[in-house]
Design a protein around this ligand. Sequence first.
Ligand code: ZN
Length: 186
Amino acid sequence: MLAILALSFAKLETKLRLWSIIIALLAGLPAAAQEAEELRVAREVLTRLQPLSFDKHREYCGYIGYNERGVMVSSLPVAGTRDGCSAPFPRNLAITASYHTHGNFDHGYFNEIPSDVDMEGDQKFYMNGYVSTPGGRLWYIDSQIMVTTQICGIACLPVATGFRKGAKGTIAESYTYEELLEKLEN
Ligand SMILES: [Zn+2]
């Protein structure tokens, strides 16, 4: 789960959005190149955070975006709790996406897929989302159409030692927001 800190929402939202658009225009990148770069950065930071997240039984979260030189980077990760993480918006970063890990494998807590709160948070701030799971899955959240899709499946990122496949039934390649709610209820 990822909850985003409540700063002065309306203002910040407009500011962030404008800034993202301006920087993307300045960088002159086609959308596909921007997405490929975003994915590369997400995969790199989440791969690095997986072992720490398992070890500490915590989520870690942050953002991806353009720095002042127009280079796509990830912000420093913030440590969350077993099932939540809040990162303040970093200064000097035109945010395009959020990222977070899902901690360790837990029989009492279903965290192999993004949560409804994850999708809602990204939608609220017009950003994409990247989520890594104990099983080593990497999920992408497209908050414009509210669909989450596995970029890659089990063990494409580091896997938690106690991870047990299929503990909560079959996991689909992608879920709409409504399908996700249904899956999380069962
Ligand atoms: Zn989450």
